[in-house]
Design a protein around this ligand. Structure first.
Ligand code: ADP
Ligand code: ADP
Length: 229
């Protein structure tokens, strides 16, 4: 099954000049962990935003989790994201006035999952990610690595078809970065489809089954790993 299909997709921010991305055609299969690498300005964020439905292409068709998303209204796009996409960011984007467990449950509650069920799912994810002892703590008291685990748990609580990670180790020290790397690798091993944008080639090498390289918005490389370690 294909989780992402980009067909002749291009994005222009202004009508003059070359597109910021594409035109490109790209398919990501269920269970792949795709790393998107490339220099600053090469179109990585643009690609991620198109796949998340946060932005629309100027040309082409974007299909994610079986749904064509390049024509959705803002409301439909927000709903699609809540149900199908989990996102983690460099700076965690947690809500500091909610406890860890409430942060994790929030996306489930926003999609109408009953409170008990949301709590159960959050509990399972906290166990899986080793953060149960922080359930009642506020994110501000946690280390960077722990906060990123909370962010990953929050991103997974609605069992998204796709986990998008934008420089998830970018704000972490080496040890915590290593932790998050292991975590993403474990998720991939467990069958989660992942798209990871990173400058960190070690991260890409460690947890991606496939790496694409963008240069000036064009696909300049597409490599599959021999096997995931
Ligand atoms: P990366 O994530 O690889 O750094 P981006 O996707 O952010 O690259 O940017 C690709 C190109 O598109 C760059 O030339 C950037 O300046 C341009 N760009 C990105 N976002 C916008 C925007 N909102 N408006 C105008 N130009 C943009
Ligand atoms: P709204 O539901 O208000 O439209 P947005 O989709 O605009 O929310 O997202 C608001 C913020 O949350 C943005 O920073 C966005 O990148 C982030 N975000 C969007 N979808 C997700 C998601 N599935 N998981 C985590 N963060 C998300």
């Amino acid at each position: 099954t294909q989780v992402i299909q980009l067909e002749g997709v291009a994005k222009r921010y202004d009508s003059a000049g070359a597109p910021a991305l594409g035109p490109l055609t790209l398919t990501v299969e269920q269970g792949e962990a795709l790393a998107v690498t490339g220099p600053s300005g090469s179109g990585k964020s643009t690609l991620l935003n198109l796949v998340a439905g946060l932005d629309k292409p100027t040309e082409g068709v974007v299909t994610v989790a079986g749904r064509r998303i390049d024509r959705l209204s803002e409301h439909e796009g927000a709903r699609f994201r809540r149900e199908q996409i989990g996102m983690v960011f460099q700076f965690f984007n947690l809500l500091d006035d909610l406890t860890v467990e409430d942060n994790i449950q929030l996306p489930a509650q926003l999609t109408g999952v009953p409170r008990r069920k949301a709590a159960t799912r959050a509990g399972e994810l906290m166990d899986l990610l080793g953060i149960s002892k922080h359930a009642r703590a506020y994110p501000g008291r946690l280390s960077g690595g722990e906060r990123q685990r909370v962010a990953v748990a929050r991103a997974l609580v609605n069992r998204p078809a796709l986990l998008l990670a934008d420089e998830p180790t970018g704000a972490l020290d080496t040890a915590s970065g290593h932790d998050v790397r292991e975590l993403l690798t474990d998720l991939h091993r467990g069958g989660q489809t992942v798209v990871l944008v990173t400058h960190d080639l070690a991260l890409a090498e460690a947890c991606a089954s496939r790496t694409i390289h963008l240069v000036d918005g064009q696909l300049a490389g597409d490599t599959r790993a021999q096997a995931v370690r």
